[in-house]
Write a protein that binds this ligand. Structure first.
Ligand SMILES: Nc1ncnc2c1ncn2[C@@H]1O[C@H](COP(=O)(O)OP(=O)(O)OP(=O)(O)O)[C@@H](O)[C@H]1O
Ligand SMILES: [Mg+2]
Length: 556
């Protein structure tokens, strides 16, 4: 706001009169009266003048006809869905308040309005109603259009409006953005007749926009989860070359590591992190597979729309098995799961941080507000539960990924891990060696997943040695047990397991490391159990820990 904050001067008739006089001179071609017109408003007036907006307009242009409005609402149904609770509350709370709440699309066309019946009716006169476009280049300076232009909260009061017919009104609005990309999705606005103005409107608009953004982000992650589950359930068997998951806005939301390997094998050097949305995949467009609309690397035959009961969750790209790829570069299933956990858990973690901060502030008051602090703590418990749910869903997901089973020589995998970790061990002055049985039966298992488990155990072992004096060794052993099982153990001479760690270390997110995520063991255990084996730990003597897992030997 400029120097003249209408929130303070709103009852000040003189301010309004001075502003009106400044406007009259401005529309006759004079410059902006300095010190009278707030900056945000003045800049908007300039934009209106450059776009030849008629200052004598009595109202906004006529609204869209019903069929076009329906189509528009269909296109923005995610925004509308996310706004439902806020709009419902507006419907209940704003009745008889001489106020209305408005939701628009990113161009300023009103999608919905709710609130006091008399105000909604009066608003028809200026076309402040569904389907009308309040972009400032059509309807002059107003909170909706100006919030869109400046991308943030704006209050436009009385004579600050550019068009004569709108001046009896006052409005406060702010932008709603896509929580993931920051893309502008629309505007929330509170409007009413000038004399009904309340200084809290802008705060109400801002907090409503925040609630909509929060809900968008939780709807987004729900959809993402459903898309992953659908892909894993329906496509993972076919996906030798890996999967790329695109959300309803055509944005890449997940990949498995096989995908990177096969893209690389095909010589496609895509930067998956900075990958632009694929317009043809947007859920509001029919999927157009003609080559013109697809990026050049993407073959139409790889595309699988994920449709469940008529609803499109997104699109999955099923990459072909790379012709020459013999080694997979990364542990697919586990990588995929980790990425998924990391993504999904970020939200509850952010919520926990927020609630903890507010609770502390309630407690730090001169008269601590215990009720509010308690409420904050209860919300923290809810968020923790949510994080727990996410983790168990992802564990379920790992179980569902059909392992790509083949006959494996575990000794070969162990030697591969020793080679992979050799230089790191050397740097840490740790002797890393293998004790391998020469008569080891093969196991039927997923190479990548088993390799991931051994890697996790060796990494943990190396980490347990950090800061330990004395002999530093990590060794990996293999042996057959009664011919029906193969057991692999990873021994270290590190700090060992205290009672508390031993009790909780297999739980997701239990970690004693400042940089740890605490999911290595949880994921390893789900992988081994999905293969019909067991993973457990023991004390090493004289010190350190031993982690062991068993897998059924193959009879073949
Ligand atoms: N070899 C070991 N010796 C001592 N403690 C261990 C060992 N392996 C695991 N732990 C304990 O178990 C905890 C959980 O291990 P886990 O691998 O699940 O997570 P992390 O290593 O902390 O983090 P990350 O998710 O990055 O692997 C560790 O933080 C550590 O306290
Ligand atoms: Mg670990």
């Amino acid at each position: 706001m400029g120097r003249h904050d209408p929130a303070r001067g709103v009852t000040d008739r003189r301010y309004d009169r001075r502003l009106l006089a400044a406007w009259e001179r401005f529309v006759e071609g004079a410059g902006l009266a300095s010190g009278v017109v707030p900056d945000v408003v003045g800049q908007s007036w300039m934009r209106c003048r450059s776009a030849y907006v008629d200052p004598a307009l009595e109202h906004a242009p006529d609204p869209l006809a019903e069929p076009e409005l329906m189509a528009l609402r269909q296109r923005h149904r995610e925004l509308i869905e996310a706004s439902r609770p806020v709009m419902m509350q507006a419907h209940d709370l704003l009745s008889e308040s001489a106020t209305m709440m408005i939701l628009t699309d990113p161009t300023g066309v009103i999608l919905q309005s709710e609130g006091d019946a008399a105000t909604l009716e009066a608003a028809l006169d200026i076309r402040l109603t569904a389907g009308a476009n309040w972009n400032e280049l059509l309807s002059g300076t107003n909170a909706i259009g100006t919030a869109l232009s400046v991308g943030g909260p704006v209050r436009v009061h009385g004579a600050e409006h550019f068009c004569a017919g709108i001046k009896p009104w006052t409005c406060s609005a702010t932008a709603v953005r896509d929580p993931a990309s920051g893309e502008l999705l629309g505007v929330v606005d509170i409007s009413g007749k000038r004399n009904s103005f309340n200084r809290h409107w802008l705060a109400l608009a801002v907090s409503s926009a925040t609630r909509i953004e929060e809900r968008l982000s939780s709807l987004d992650s729900e959809l993402r989860q459903r898309l992953l589950e659908w892909g894993v359930g329906n496509l993972s068997r076919a996906a030798d070359g890996g999967l790329l998951f695109y959300d309803r806005r055509g944005r890449l939301t997940a990949t498995d590591a096989r995908a990177r390997a096969s893209l690389a094998a095909m010589g496609l050097d895509l930067d998956l992190n900075a990958h632009a949305a694929i317009e043809a995949f947007r859920a509001d467009s029919a999927i157009d597979l003609s080559e013109a609309t697809l990026p050049p690397w993407l073959r139409p035959e790889w595309i699988e729309p994920a449709v469940v009961r008529g609803e499109r969750l997104g699109v999955v790209v099923v990459l072909p098995r790379p012709a020459m790829a013999t080694v997979q570069s990364a542990p697919a299933a586990a990588d995929f799961a980790i990425a998924s956990v990391a993504h999904e858990v970020k939200q509850p973690l952010a919520a926990i941080e927020l609630y903890a901060g507010t609770s502390l502030r309630w407690l730090a008051r001169q008269q601590p507000d215990l009720a509010q602090a308690r409420q904050g703590l209860e919300q923290i418990i809810q968020a923790v539960k949510r994080a727990g749910d996410v983790v168990s869903r992802v564990r379920g997901l790992i179980k569902k990924i059909a392992p790509q089973k083949e006959l494996l020589d575990l000794n070969e995998i162990i030697l591969g891990v020793v080679a992979l970790m050799g230089s790191q061990a050397e740097e840490q002055h740790v002797a890393l060696d293998a004790r391998l049985s020469q008569h080891l039966p093969a196991v039927l298992a997923d190479r990548i997943q088993v390799q991931e488990v051994i890697l996790n155990l060796v990494k943990n072992a190396l980490e347990s040695l950090i800061g330990c004096e004395g002999y530093r060794e990590v060794s990996i052993g293999s042996r057959a047990l009664q011919g029906s099982e193969v057991v692999v153990d990873v021994k270290d001479t590190g700090k060992g397991l205290d009672a508390e760690t031993a009790e909780h270390m297999f739980e997701p997110f239990y970690t004693t490391k400042s940089e740890g995520m605490g999911i290595g063991l949880a994921i390893s255990r789900s992988i081994i159990e999905a293969h019909g084996g067991k993973l457990w730990a023991m004390k090493n003597s004289p010190r350190g820990a031993i982690f062991l897992f068993s897998l059924p030997a193959s009879d073949g």
